[in-house]
Every structure is written in C-alpha cells, then in structure tokens.
Design a protein around this ligand. Structure first.
Ligand SMILES: *[C@@H]1O[C@H](CO)[C@@H](O)[C@H](O)[C@H]1NC(C)=O
Length: 358
C-alpha cells in the first residue's frame, strides 16, 4: 500500500482536496495478432485480436520501489506494462513468434513465455466455441530440437480471467489472469492440446475434467507412437524443415463430440493424419463428451514454448514416442546447442468445418 500522503495533497488556497496524479497508469499495449472467424456462407472475417502474456510472467511493482504487488490492489499498480520483446514474444502481421531464450546483457535468460488470445474490442479473452467447428494454424517448428515443446492449445479459462483463486485478478484478462489447465495449474479445467510439438515429434491430446477430476494423461494421437515412423520430421511426409498448416476438426453428431481429426496442409498438399475417437472414462473425467461440452461452451487459445528438466519431453519425442535419444532434450543441451530455438504460429482461423482453408 502507498502512504496516504502520496495520494492526497491539501491545496490550501482553495481549501479542497485533490487527488495527486500518480504516474499515468497506461493501459498495456498488447502485440496485435489478427485472426479470422470463418463461416461457409460468409467467408472469413478478420478479428481485432492480440496476445497477452500470462500474469505470473510479469514484473509488477508498487509505484515507488520494487515491491511486488501482484496481490495488491489495482490502484497501487504503476508498472503493468510488460516488455514483450524481453519476454521473447513478438508479432508481425498475423504471425506470433516466441523465443525460449532471450539475450540480456550478454546473458541468455530463459523466458519460456506463455500467451493468450485477447479480444481487443472487449478486453476479454476470445472464447472459441469449437464443437462441430475447426481450428487452423500454420506453424514453423524448424528450430525446435528434441526436448523443446512449441505448444498451441485451448484451456477453459473464463473470458474475464477471473477464476484463479490464487490471484487477485488485477487487470483481468488484459493482464493475463486466470490461467487453468488439466494439470490443475491455477485451477483445474478442461484442456485441449491442439499441438505439442518440435521438429521431431508431435501430438494432439484431449484432457477433459469433471470438476477437479482431470484426465492428466489425456487421450492423444502421436503419429510416431502410432507406428508412422516416416510421417513427421525433417524431410518426412510432413516436412518440419518448412512451415505447415495444422487443421483440427471437432466433429459432432447430435450435439455430442464424436471425433477430433487432424490433417496437415503443406506446399498445397493436404495430408490426412489420425483422429481421437474416445477419451477415457465418460463417468470419471467426462470423456470425449465432456471435452465436447467444454469446446461448445468456448475455450481460450494459449501458446507457449517450454522444455523440462524432469522428463526432457520424453513423453512426446523419445522411446516409443519419437526418434529422440534419452536425455538428448535436456534444457542444458537445448540452451547450449539451440539457444535461438523459437516457434512461429500464424494465420489462426476458426469456424465451420471446411471454411478455414478455402
Ligand atoms: C481494435 O482494438 C483497439 C483497442 O481497443 C481499438 O483502438 C481499435 O479501434 C479496434 N479496431 C477495430 C477495427 O475494431
């Protein structure tokens, strides 16, 4: 809290109180990332969207000094502006680039950013309703080695970012509040991983939750784990040396999600891949039906780049899951051998089945 004297001064001549102007609390400028909402009848319409960095990744201080006040009140904030470039995040046109490591005075800092898609007109997250709809994104994963994860996914956050019980919701969605996922970071919520990938392996995975009972392992499809050893990777059918487009379709029947199907588009060629047709226990974690209900209510796009020392992403790219060697994907290997690793997501479109790739 600020001392009262710094907020109020007495103006003797007029004998009235006036509020001193604290440094103008500028609204944060989010990197713009236009996206498109599509219908078969009306085509694709550009949306006024941007990306916002997760609340926990920020430096927020009191007006005087550097005391963190993430748990304080909104009126005590001055430094809510986040330096997106210093956090590894930039946009250009319709593409979002995220670096894991950033150079800072000759040091290499781990930024490992996570951002959400924000509607600039409302200041709320874009709630994408995707039951019986499709979501399309173009990715460049060419600089992501074994162990690195360029992630593009959906979480059932609230549109105003208000639901994380450990946060005070300062700034709501405009400051990246309210994260949740099926690992119950923040709080437990439905999660649909559209793409967790590097240049060597990829998976898409449903993680439904019924209350706090989440399917943490999830129901996934990884082409390598399914026996398609020459399908995905540098120079393979889906050639990760080059950008490619990922189309994910949430097929429904009678209002119920029946399958999640995947295809790729690269160099003008459409390449069909696998599908998820069930997702664990319908009575336990909600199954495919529960996943579909969350998609129907609307979910928020999250994008991140990360690696992990505990598992080196082996569940994604090693052993039966991909061609990477055990331990190859350790954070220290990545930092020393691939300090410039970064992911690019572009041309995000969602809407009627078939409408996003016309
Ligand atoms: C987009 O959002 C910004 C920020 O609120 C606003 O200034 C601008 O007018 C909006 N543009 C459109 C086309 O709605």
């Amino acid at each position: 809290m600020l001392p009262r004297s710094s907020l109020i001064r007495v103006v003797p001549f007029l004998g009235t109180l006036s509020l001193a102007q604290s440094p103008p609390s500028k609204a944060e400028v989010h990197p713009m990332l236009p996206t498109w909402k599509c219908t078969n009848s009306g085509g694709c319409i550009v949306q006024n969207t941007s990306v916002v960095l997760d609340f926990e990744y920020r430096d927020i201080h009191t007006i005087s000094g550097s005391t963190s006040c993430k748990t304080g009140s909104a009126s005590s904030l001055s430094k809510s502006q986040s330096d997106y470039a210093a956090k590894g995040v930039s946009t250009s046109g319709n593409s979002l680039t995220m670096y894991h490591y950033v150079r800072n005075n000759g040091r290499l800092d781990s930024a490992s950013p996570r951002v959400y898609l924000l509607d600039e007109n409302t200041g709320k997250y874009v709630l994408m309703s995707l039951l019986n709809q499709e979501l399309t994104v173009t990715v460049d994963l060419s600089s992501l080695p074994c162990g690195e994860n360029g992630a593009f996914y959906l979480s059932e956050m609230t549109a105003d970012g208000s639901k994380n019980p450990s946060q005070n919701n300062i700034g709501g969605a405009t400051l990246g509040n309210g994260y949740c996922d099926a690992q119950c970071q923040g709080f437990c919520c439905n999660e649909m991983d559209i793409l967790e990938a590097n240049s060597q392996a990829n998976a898409f995975t449903g993680h439904p939750c019924k209350g706090n009972n989440c399917d943490k392992g999830g129901c996934g499809y990884n082409p390598y784990a399914s026996g398609q050893r020459s399908f995905y990777g540098p120079g393979k059918t889906v050639d990760t040396n080059k950008p490619f487009t990922v189309v994910t379709q949430f097929m429904a029947s009678g209002g119920r999600l029946t399958s999640i199907t995947r295809k790729y588009i690269q160099g003008g060629r459409t390449i069909n891949s696998g599908s998820i047709n069930s997702c664990g226990s319908e009575s336990g974690t909600g199954g495919l039906t529960g996943m579909g209900q969350a998609l129907g209510r609307g979910m928020v796009i999250a994008a991140s780049i990360w690696n992990d020392a505990a598992q080196n992403m082996a569940w994604l790219d090693s052993g039966n899951n991909g061609p990477c060697q055990t331990g190859q994907g350790s954070p220290s290997n990545i930092q020393s051998q691939h300090p410039d690793t970064h992911v690019v997501f572009s041309n995000i479109r969602w809407g009627d089945i078939g409408s996003t790739t016309k």
